[in-house]
Design a protein around this ligand. Sequence first.
Ligand SMILES: Cc1ncc(COP(=O)(O)O)c(C=O)c1O
Length: 339
Amino acid sequence: MVDLDWKNIGFGYVKTKYNIRCEYHEGKWGDPYLTAHEYIPMHIAATSLHYGQEVFEGAKVFRGVDGKARLFRIEENARRMKASAEYLLMAAPPEDLFIEMCEKVIRANAEYLPPYGTGASLYVRPLLIGTTAEVGVKTALDYMFLIFVTPVGPYFKNGFAPIDVVLEKLHDRAAPRGTGQAKVGGNYAASIQAGAFAHERGFSNELYLDAAEQKYIDEFGAANFFAIKDATYITPLSRSVLGSITNKSLRVIANDLGLKVEDRPIEYEKEIGTFDEVGACGTAAVISPVGRLYDPNKDKWYEYDAPGKYSTMMYHALQDIQYGRAEDKHGWTRVIEGI
Ligand SMILES: Cc1ncc(COP(=O)(O)O)c(C=O)c1O
């Protein structure tokens, strides 16, 4: 294993040994290959550079208490990439190729998988880009699918701690009939200004309302929204929200824990002051419990129980599965054999 300060590596790019790539030409995918190069030779007119024809994914591998390496729900990432690619009329790698390449690149970089007990994990970043030279706005005929991995530190250095978030009042993330459900770079480009402004003012995340009416809760910049009220797990039903794999899993866990689960439009004004617990959920942190939400339109703070009872239970239940401390009764993990 490489010698890294696992607890303090943070969430940045740490060079590993190999990435894996596969190319699509003349209607078919070629053979995947590992490479030590960190750069991509690309045509200056590639569709990904000019028209944002790029989609990506994010997943994690965890070293378990039993020493086994576990990938979490990776087939969901493969399916989501396919759905995102379809929106942009891109060719997507088939699910089995996606998973095979993930396993290969993880094995090739096994020495970068952080040890159990450090809170660190190996982040997996699949990326699909259009590579055909085009000047008009149209879909590419050629694609590159690549996956790199990089070790990331524990999200919470000081334990499972509450965060402050802000209601976003100047920017929309995704249009109601736009790309919000797809994991495309353009959505993140649209949120960079809002995210930077929120961070400058000491907020961990910004909360978006629906772009059409500013009436319903959508999601955070890079995490889904959930709330707990009257022993019910509530999460927004919206066409412009990314289908979070963590959120999907938390709904199942909430149900396992005896909570009611509601997937429905959430009216901000009507409900934001009524929740017991609020959380941001995603691969990065599983759950970031929201302690306070600042509403700049009213110069008002909303406060929540954080970390609340149910968020804490769900957080541990999910992490216990990821780290092999609890039975994986839903079949969510894939053990990478031999590392
Ligand atoms: C916009 C957005 N919403 C939600 C999520 C959480 O999704 P997941 O749980 O699949 O990581 C992410 C992070 O991937 C995201 O970028």
